[in-house]
Design a protein around this ligand. Structure first.
Ligand code: GTP
Ligand code: MG
Length: 136
């Protein structure tokens, strides 16, 4: 059975959307295997977002992700990696479809980085790598 890393980002935690996000994941039939609240530090975030180093939104992304606690979840299910990405919706909340987490709750505040509530691993390799970072 496949596993993925889901993060409720600092905006999701601050807006009290952790339960709503987990509810959608469980309603879809996926199983919560582990969960923890974390104040992420630079080192963890740099490893998590290593693929984005050097991009224009990298520094704002780091600052956003360390601006408050995140809720990290290990979630299991059949094709859960792709499934959670579908539940999350498009990266940009402006164009994320209604019915998705980002489409229903994401706001475009015109910020330098999208505050898009949730992260889901994007591949089997990313999931394994990210789960070992957040659930060492
Ligand atoms: P994650 O699940 O958080 O990894 O989102 P994603 O896979 O949908 O997007 P991606 O990994 O490409 O980017 C990581 C995060 O960086 C996004 O969730 C956004 O917060 C931010 N980001 C990505 N691309 C852009 C961009 O072009 N401009 C801005 N301002 N922010 C971006
Ligand atoms: Mg990503």
């Amino acid at each position: 059975i496949e596993e993925t890393l889901v993060l409720v980002k600092p905006d999701g935690v601050a807006r009290n959307l952790t339960g709503e996000i987990l509810r959608r994941i469980e309603a879809k039939g996926y199983s919560l295997v582990d969960i923890r609240m974390v104040q992420a530090d630079r080192e963890l975030l740099a490893q998590h977002y290593a693929e984005h180093e050097g991009k224009p939104f990298y520094e704002p992304l780091m600052e956003f992700m360390e601006s408050g606690p995140v809720v990290a979840m290990r979630v299991a299910g059949n094709r859960v990696i792709e499934g959670v990405r579908v539940l999350a919706g498009a990266t940009d909340p402006t164009t994320a479809l209604p019915g998705t987490i980002r489409g229903d709750f994401g706001r475009d505040w015109g910020l330098r980085v999208q505050q898009n509530l949730v992260h889901g691993s994007d591949s089997v390799e990313s999931a394994e790598r990210e789960l070992s970072l957040w659930f060492a």
